[in-house]
Design a binder for this molecule. Structure first.
Ligand code: PRT
Ligand code: ZN
Length: 287
């Protein structure tokens, strides 16, 4: 019989490992006794975690060894596996760029014609060069790509860049961003309806948490004659709750407001007559 436990592959150790677990945690999924085990079942959810190297995730998910996975877009593209990208996760952000020794000039990718380029991502690079009608010698290196120009192994490199400090400390400069990447949730193309339903439950919960993060619960007092002006400034979930205060002629207003331009909104509320403003964190919004 087909198992009705959804199996998620995540990175065992590395840049995506903690954030992947945090994501599950925020969805209320408990992973206890997390140690060096390869496979572990969540305490309170039909989910099983498979801890592997990030490079193996696309293949495991494509082949159905895992149903879903969390991995960088860069790794998926390089793997050329067929997967459904379910959701961008907003962490593990980086770019993939061409870099050359800083003393050289660079005007166009055409200048890389016939040059040696070192990378751990030969397929992505080859696609890019082909598209730009450039033929160069691609040298696959599994790590420390940034040192290759200094030891005359390459004229340029194609690698992941985040802050740029690795390039800088190796005397290189970023000359062309080829793509941006972040961690994504991917799924096998043929998962069962039952497993889809479990996945949808996880997504529903993470949406509620993310939505809450972008909002604050706000409570304030205002004289009744400025209520109309204040309500106008407060586009709530539906409409604000208004309650009379014990003090004659005053009301208390409760609502949820968005995080964008938060201080601007507070300033406007104060000018409109709001007092005693309290702002609280929202944990979940089930819209
Ligand atoms: O062991 P395993 O194979 O699972 O891990 P890994 O060593 O292959 O990957 P890991 O943990 O280093 O990265 C996992 C994923 O994080 C990558 O596939 C990217 O999607 C993403 N990511 C985000 C990064 C970076 N930022 C990053 N900065 N991956 C690597 N780097 C490297 C970069 O290559 C550079 O050499 O970090 C170095 C520092 O970058 P700067 O520009 O900040 O100096
Ligand atoms: Zn890896």
């Amino acid at each position: 019989m087909e198992s009705n436990i959804l199996r998620l592959a995540i990175q065992k150790k590395g840049r995506l490992a903690d954030k992947s677990l945090q994501l599950l945690n925020s969805a209320g999924i408990r992973i206890d006794n997390y140690s060096q085990q390869l496979l572990i079942k969540a305490q309170n959810f039909d989910l099983e975690l498979l801890f592997i190297r990030d490079d193996d995730i696309p293949e495991y998910v494509q082949d159905g060894v895992a149903d879903i996975g969390i991995v960088g877009e860069n790794v998926i593209l390089e793997s050329e596996k067929k997967l459904d990208v379910v959701k961008k996760l907003g962490f593990g952000k980086c770019r993939m760029s061409l870099a050359i020794p800083k003393q050289f000039e660079f005007n166009s990718v055409k200048e890389l014609e016939g040059k040696n380029i070192a990378t751990s991502y030969p397929k992505i690079l080859k696609n890019y060069l082909d598209k730009n009608d450039v033929s160069a010698n691609i040298h696959y290196i599994s790590g420390s790509v940034e040192i290759t120009p200094n030891i005359n192994l390459a004229d340029a490199i194609f690698d992941i860049v985040s802050t740029g400090s690795t390039l800088k400390s190796n005397g290189l400069k970023e000359v062309e961003i080829i793509l941006n990447s972040e961690a994504v949730l991917v799924a096998n193309k043929d998962i069962s309806e039952e497993k889809k339903a479990i996945l949808e439950q996880i997504l529903f919960r993470t949406r509620a948490v993310n939505k809450a993060k972008d909002n604050k619960y706000i409570m304030l007092n205002a004289p009744n004659d400025s209520l109309e002006k204040i309500i106008h400034l407060l586009p709530g979930v539906k409409s604000p709750t208004i309650m009379p205060l014990a003090v004659e002629g005053w009301s208390s207003i409760h609502t949820v407001i968005g995080e964008d331009d938060f201080w601007g909104k507070i300033d406007n509320l104060k000018s409109a007559g709001a007092e005693g403003i309290l702002v609280l964190l929202v944990e979940r919004i089930i819209a």
